[in-house]
Write a protein that binds this ligand. Structure first.
Ligand SMILES: [Zn+2]
Length: 252
């Protein structure tokens, strides 16, 4: 099966696209192209719906990387869809694929906020989970982290409205710019192929790291996000949990 064209990689703001059903079985449904982000890099998969041209709707509960085919995105059909409804989305059917915009927006806001956290906490990250309700980041450190100071740091970077950009760089270019690697909070993956491209996400002046997730275009779009909890998970792990703050409520 050919890899799915992943439209969200270059344009995270895209909410819908036209696509053709390539395969549909008990595991889920494969399209030739999609705006649905599959669970990965800590970020939850998208939900949404597929809309056939006759108005028939099929709810998508989640999105995963296909377990049997590299690069193929699997749209997980909501369990309430019956056999007749599923049959209306047979291979060859042309559909409009539309994500749940509110859920994705939350993922993008939290995901971008985790990049700010990486810039504020000078320790390696050894775990990450981003959902629509919260985000958590595990830092490898024995040092205590200050919840209030981190909330204030995030608020400052959100208010400063730093642009968020995608960059693509070859391993050879990375090697030629050691200062770039030093400025990164996460080391880029190495394929060993100097022509291999590395996708970088840059929060201008704040953070640079390899990342395949979806982000807002400017830190101002993160809005009010605060640290709701700092936990000592183990001797060498501090867990930071982010939540959305109600407008007008001060963090703390
Ligand atoms: Zn990211």
């Amino acid at each position: 099966m050919a890899p799915t064209e992943e439209l969200f990689r270059d344009d995270a703001a895209l909410l819908a696209c036209r696509a053709t059903v390539l395969a549909h079985d008990d595991q889920g449904l494969v399209l030739d192209r999609t705006v649905f982000y599959p669970l990965g890099g800590g970020q939850a998969g998208d939900a949404g719906e597929l809309l056939a041209d006759d108005g028939t709707r099929l709810a998508i509960a989640d999105t995963r990387k296909h377990p049997g085919h590299a690069g193929v995105v699997l749209h997980v059909v909501a369990p309430e869809a019956d056999a007749a409804l599923r049959a209306a989305f047979a291979p060859g059917t042309v559909v409009t694929a539309r994500i749940d915009a509110a859920r994705r927006r939350a993922h993008m806001r939290f995901h971008t906020a985790t990049h700010l956290l990486c810039a504020l906490v000078p320790h390696p990250v050894n775990g990450c989970s981003i959902t629509a309700g919260y985000a958590r980041l595990d830092f490898h450190t024995a040092e205590p982290l200050d919840k209030q100071a981190l909330s204030e740091g995030i608020a400052r970077l959100v208010a400063a409205a730093h642009p968020v950009r995608l960059r693509s760089i070859s391993e050879a270019e990375l090697d030629a710019q050691p200062e770039l690697v030093r400025s990164m909070s996460v080391q880029p993956p190495r394929s060993g192929d100097p022509a291999g491209r590395v996708r970088l996400v840059e929060v201008e002046g704040v953070d640079l790291q390899p990342c395949g997730g979806t982000h807002v275009a400017n830190t101002a779009d993160i809005g009010p996000v605060i640290v709701t909890k700092v936990e000592k998970k183990s001797a060498m792990t501090r867990r930071v949990i982010l939540g959305f703050a109600e407008p007008g409520v001060s963090p703390g």
